[in-house]
Design a protein around this ligand. Structure first.
Ligand code: ATP
Length: 313
């Protein structure tokens, strides 16, 4: 039977640790990061079409490119090239090898939650099904690595250690515990390259060592100990994000005051996340943060959740 339309949903990520090494000669920084997928999902539908196109709806849709720069469309093209290379012919869904991609966004754009990478991962998983290409998850991760540094993690999900630019992934050894998070969205975006630029300026000529995985964090995850996990959260991009967006200091302070076990800027920000003791505490924290007026909006989320997965076909 020819499949004509497939939908995948894909989670946002937070970084439980983000350690940034010195600026390399290729313009990138070496990273060690611990990714954690949380239950805030975008949905991506792909349908057979004569040519590739994309539409975007939902949270921040007007800030997302609706052309070939869209990461989901770049992922579609990268997957098509891979399949064409393998089979010697382009994929064909009932004679219509193009993909009409519709993205429904809930993950804020430029929020430090890798929403664009998430959409790319969902597009890969959905097109793999639409074109009945049967690439393994590992093969999809290889394609993902060519599209962007966070895309492979969005394919896999869970909790994973990322090295290199974040694309070299190893699943973390973790206790099967569900953590309760509150995400506080800020009023406005932060550009990832600009935050890295500020980090370099703040560091100046100081010697910067190679990034190292936090032993405390990994022990806490293995033990499933939320208290230790909260205390071990760390992010080298937090200082530059705070320098560029000082209001985030108040957001983090408010969360700590209301008993969060840990409070951190996610990735390059400006989203802040807080670890709660349980679901009820997460609700209390979310209500308190909203009431304090220290962010645009809040959501509760649990983690870790699986990566991009099919929800309809
Ligand atoms: P990064 O992954 O670089 O840390 P982020 O999580 O802060 O980024 P994203 O939501 O991924 O932010 O958006 C970064 C930029 O990517 C946006 O400013 C947008 O122009 C571009 N972009 C391309 N495709 C998408 C997409 N499908 N969804 C969101 N942004 C996209």
């Amino acid at each position: 039977m020819t499949v004509t339309s497939v939908t995948a949903r894909v989670p946002a990520k937070i970084n439980l640790q983000l350690a940034v090494g010195p600026l390399r000669s290729d313009g990138y920084h070496g990273l060690v990061t611990v990714f954690h997928a949380v239950s805030l999902f975008d949905e991506v539908t792909v349908a057979a079409a004569a040519a590739d196109r994309v539409t975007v709806a939902g949270e921040g849709a007007d800030q997302v490119p609706a052309d070939g720069d869209n990461l989901a469309l770049r992922a579609v093209r990268a997957l098509r090239e891979t399949i064409t290379g393998r089979d010697g012919v382009a994929p064909d869904a009932g004679g219509r090898g193009g993909a009409a991609v519709s993205i429904r966004k809930r993950i804020p754009v430029a929020g430090g939650l890798a929403g664009g990478s998430a959409d790319a991962a969902a597009a890969l998983v959905a097109c793999n099904a639409l074109w009945q290409a049967e690439l393994s998850q590992q093969d999809l991760c290889e394609v993902a690595g060519r599209v962007g540094s966070d895309v492979a993690f969005a394919v896999v999900g869970g909790t994973a250690v990322g090295r290199g630019r974040g694309e070299q992934l190893t699943q973390a050894l973790v206790a099967p515990v569900t953590y309760h998070w509150v995400l506080a969205f800020a009023d406005g975006p932060l550009s990832t390259p600009a935050v890295y630029g500020t980090l370099d300026r703040l560091r100046g000529n100081a010697a910067v060592g190679e990034p190292e995985l936090s032993a405390e964090l990994m022990t806490a995850l293995r033990a499933g100990d939320a208290g230790r996990l909260g205390a071990a959260l760390s992010n080298d991009l937090q200082a530059p994000a705070l320098a560029m967006f000082p209001a985030l200091g108040k957001t983090l302070a408010a969360g700590r005051e209301f008993g969060a076990l840990g409070a951190l800027v996610s990735g390059s920000g400006p989203t802040c996340f807080f670890l709660a003791r349980d679901d009820r505490h997460a609700t209390d924290l979310a209500v308190a943060l909203s009431g304090e007026g220290v962010c645009r909006s809040v959501v509760k989320a649990t983690g870790a959740v699986p990566g991009a997965s099919l929800i309809a076909r």
